[in-house]
Design a protein around this ligand. Structure first.
Ligand code: SF4
Length: 382
């Protein structure tokens, strides 16, 4: 009988003492010449007396949650132009903030952003707190965002772990257990490199993010350009590109519904609604839709006539043209298919509470979430 030999576990012990010193020195030297230029940052060449504006760091970090740097840059510029300080943002109306945020997604972030600005402006005289504990008490500021603000804006030795840092740590230490189960291990390893270290904590945190974004990239890491390649266990074992391992994804659920493009009797305005503050796309302006159900809306009908599904809800509606098409949108937790319905309100048409007519000529003023923008474009272009 052949014996089963245990597979040796790759070595990824916490780097101690001199090794940590070397790792940090290599990362900081690399950052001095390779830091990404980003509008919310202070360049490392500015010197130790210059730290980033906490308002800018906080704003960018909230925007960067689940969103790419490239997508965030124009929004960041728009926000700081419109609201140069946290007091200005606090004084804006929630409609203005939601409109400026439209298209960036994850709209609960915008509601919390506004609440947080009001708390900092009102209760803290516009100053962001400079401890992790106090930062975490702010609306919408979780462990990651608090650590990023503490490190980048206040140069505190906080452990900052985003997706880029997950990847660098998994590879450097050859962590082969899959995410998300390996998160505590990754966190402990990252903390071993950061905690208690007062030599440029903010720059070190940003160097880790930048290495993951530009060198230790998801596919085909560019190890030849990496400042810490000599100590990298993932590279030495030839498994870097396979890390971080990920648990198999569950199939994304599907939802279905109808979306309406309803014009007024004069044909110069379209029916919109402000969505309730809680729930998906809360507080945003959109087109009316049915509920997003977990089964197809028109399944099982031989010759489905979509208008049959509409007239119950809007009796005073006249068909204008056939189905203009459907749209598909992917949210974090589900895919959504919405079948479009185009109609024109007859005299006596009754809009529902929360719905209003908006002039077609001023449609560009509305900051639609992407899912609605797709259908608006479909209707305008047809
Ligand atoms: S050597 Fe390669 S795998 Fe290791 S940290 Fe650098 S880029 Fe990533």
């Amino acid at each position: 009988m052949p014996t089963t030999m245990p597979i040796p576990r790759p070595s990824h012990k916490k780097k101690e003492g001199a090794q940590t010193d070397l790792f940090r020195a290599q990362m900081l030297a690399w950052y001095d010449t390779h830091a990404r230029v980003l509008p919310w940052r202070v360049s490392p060449s500015a010197g130790p007396c210059f730290t980033a504006n906490p308002y800018h760091v906080w704003l960018s970090e909230v925007m960067l949650q689940q969103t790419t740097v490239q997508a965030v840059i124009p929004y960041f510029g728009k926000f700081v132009d419109k609201w140069p300080s946290v007091h200005d943002l606090a004084m804006a109306s929630s409609e203005e903030v939601m409109t400026a945020w439209a298209g960036l997604g994850y709209y609960a972030r915008a509601r919390n952003l506004h609440k947080c600005a009001q708390v900092v402006s009102r209760e803290n005289k516009g100053k962001f707190p400079n401890t992790l504990e106090e930062l975490k008490k702010l609306p919408g500021v979780g462990d990651y965002t608090a650590a990023a603000i503490a490190a980048i804006a206040f140069d505190l030795p906080a452990t900052v772990i985003d997706g880029n840092v997950d990847r660098v740590i998994s590879r450097y230490f050859a962590v082969t257990d899959p995410l998300p189960g390996s998160k505590p291990e990754i966190r402990a390893l990252a903390a071993g490199l950061a905690e208690g270290r007062t030599d440029r904590p903010g720059d070190f945190a940003q160097s880790m993010m930048d290495l993951g974004a530009t060198v230790c990239i998801p596919k085909n890491p560019r190890c030849d350009l990496c400042p810490v390649r000599d100590g990298c266990a993932g590279r030495a074992q030839g498994i870097a590109a396979e890390l971080p391992a990920k648990a198999p994804k569950k199939a994304r659920p599907q939802r279905w519904g109808l979306i309406y493009w309803i014009t007024n009797p004069a044909g110069d305005a379209v029916l919109l609604e402000r969505r309730p503050d809680t729930g998906m796309l809360g507080g945003m302006v959109g087109l009316p839709t049915t509920e997003w159900a977990d089964r197809p809306v028109i399944k099982g009908r031989k010759k489905p006539d979509i208008m049959d599904y509409v007239t119950d809800r809007y009796p005073g509606l006249e068909r204008v043209r056939d189905n203009p098409g459907a749209i598909r949108h992917t949210f974090t937790h589900f895919d959504l298919d919405l079948i479009g319905v185009v109609g024109k309100a007859k005299k006596g048409f009754v809009a529902e509470p929360g719905q209003f007519w908006h002039p077609l000529a001023e449609l560009s003023e509305i900051g639609f979430p992407t899912v609605f923008k797709k259908f608006v474009n479909l209707c305008i272009l047809k």
